[in-house]
Design a binder for this molecule. Structure first.
Ligand code: HEM
Length: 467
């Protein structure tokens, strides 16, 4: 018994119904067809989950059966699906990559060990903003956040900057990542009619292969250079790349050079635009609501004093309102709105219906986060709700799952949370802010654009002012 859903049109199914913002369209469908409904994308059955209670049943009872990924033709370009931790099915190779990442990259111990590198990056961000402040210049907050996120990651992984604030290369990298996200997110005829798979070589993939190859070249160059001088005789790793190369060189290692390249592709695509887009939304929301901005600045001053300029990662636990702003931003603007699409590996009984084997599963995080049955005044930006209730993003509060849940939950969640609080805390503690171009708070454009991650449609320009 399939969940109900809107009537498909012949051949294309519900594809023509999606529009350019499928997360919003599907949230509206849930109002008519309920929190579990089905669609047809060509010949592919797609199941959409839009409430915390159905998500809870999915993750608690059927996580294993619904943990594989629906891999699109775009992801298959460059053979990324064969090595990527994000797109592999649950299999021994995926488990190995997750384990290596959890122990060697994202454990609290490893993140604590690399925090000085991130603090140095934040000092550079503050220096750049100071220069803009002195000149009275506006910054494109999404662009600046992208450069910072990219450098926070590149320093954690390679111990050097991949981008600089005054140079076009980080803009190019941002553009590249967005184009990959957009292509992967787009519904594609080849994916909707698996019999047309052979066409993928001729169509979609050409564009995406170009983007993928460009990104691959960047990482290949970095790895080659490191290998030229690589002699880790004392077994001490300098950074993540050292660690990955050491593991690769260990006897009977499960990690190949190719795996490392794809792992880097995963981390740099999954970790940069998600983080920078969240920061851009957070600043935009605060500029629309100056009282909350001031409240955050007061908290920072009370905890750090007026003089201390740099907020460090160890300060974050003392800043509950700052953390609440980050969480509230992730609630209203989750970047990965459908998680990464899942696929049923067998028939599953969920919420009284049957999810057939091979169905594609979208968990509509955007709809769940704004469900009026779960959240009071769901469209209002109110960080206070996270102070009143102890709600966490770690996949157990099913009304708030911006990082997913279950065995495929985002492995970079802790790093992302540190990066976000660090950037936001410093921008708010270091400067006052006003909206650029003479706009009023109510004029700010709050539209979003859809890809496999969703971003703010119009870049936000804001002006730093002395405190
Ligand atoms: C605000 C920042 C971020 C958000 C909102 C976010 C969100 C997500 C979501 C929703 C998923 C899919 C989870 C699922 O299917 O249940 C995911 C997967 C993933 N994320 Fe993140 N992420 C962020 C930052 C990062 C960072 C910083 C990294 C690493 C540097 C990262 C690496 C990954 C990887 C590798 C996966 C695939 C995991 C798998 O399939 O096993 N993410 N992320």
């Amino acid at each position: 018994r399939l969940p109900p859903g809107p009537k498909p049109v012949p051949i294309l199914g519900n594809l023509p119904h999606l529009g350019d913002k499928p997360h919003r369209t599907l949230a509206n469908f849930a109002k008519t067809y309920g929190p579990l409904f089905s669609l047809k994308f060509g010949s592919v059955t797609t199941i959409v989950i839009s409430s915390a209670s159905v998500a809870k049943e999915m993750f608690q009872k059927h996580d294993r059966a619904l943990a594989n990924r629906q891999v699109s033709a775009a992801v298959r370009a460059n053979g990324h699906d064969k090595c990527s931790v994000a797109w592999l099915p649950v299999c021994p190779k995926w488990r190995t990559l997750r384990k290596i990442s959890a122990i060697n990259l994202f454990s609290t111990q490893r993140l604590d060990a690399s925090q000085t590198l991130r603090h140095e990056q934040v000092s550079k961000l503050m220096k750049y903003v100071e220069e803009c402040c002195n000149k009275g210049e506006a910054i494109d907050v999404g662009g600046v956040a992208f450069t910072t996120s990219l450098n926070l990651l590149s320093n954690t992984f390679f111990s050097f900057d991949l981008a600089s604030y005054n140079c076009v290369n980080s803009g190019e990298f941002k553009d590249l990542v967005w184009r990959i996200m957009e292509e992967i997110g787009k519904p594609n005829l080849v994916d909707c009619f698996p019999v047309l798979r052979f066409l993928s070589v001729l169509s979609v993939n050409r564009k995406l292969m170009g983007y993928g190859n460009k990104l691959n070249e960047v990482f290949e160059g970095i790895i080659e250079k490191r290998l030229e001088n690589y002699c880790n005789v004392n077994g001490k790793d300098g950074d993540v790349l050292d660690t990955l190369l050491r593991i690769m060189n260990e006897n009977e290692s499960d990690l190949s050079l190719d795996d490392i390249k794809h792992l880097l592709m995963d981390f740099f695509t999954a970790g940069t635009d998600t983080t920078s887009s969240t920061l851009e939304w957070a600043m935009t929301k605060l500029l629309r609501d100056p009282e909350k901005l001031t409240k955050a600045q007061v908290e920072l001053e009370q905890v750090l004093g007026k003089e201390k300029k740099i907020v460090g990662e160890s300060d974050i636990s003392k800043l509950p309102y700052l953390q609440a702003i980050v969480k509230e931003t992730l609630r209203l603007h989750p970047t990965t709105v459908f998680l990464l699409p899942r696929k049923a590996s067998n028939d599953v009984e969920l919420y009284g219906y049957t999810i057939p084997k091979n169905a594609q599963i979208f968990v509509n995080v955007w709809a769940i986060s704004r469900d009026p049955n779960h959240w009071k005044n769901p469209d209002v930006f109110s960080p206070e709700r996270f102070l009143e209730h102890n709600i966490d993003w770690k996949g157990q509060d099913f009304g708030f799952i911006p990082f997913g849940s279950g065995r495929r939950i985002c492995p970079g969640d802790m790093l992302a949370f540190r990066m976000l609080n660090l950037m936001l805390g410093n921008l708010l503690h270091g400067f006052n802010w006003k909206i650029a171009d003479g706009l009023r708070p109510e004029d700010l454009d709050m539209n979003d654009k859809f890809g496999i991650t969703v971003q703010k449609a119009v870049s936000q320009r804001i002006v730093p002012c002395p405190k």
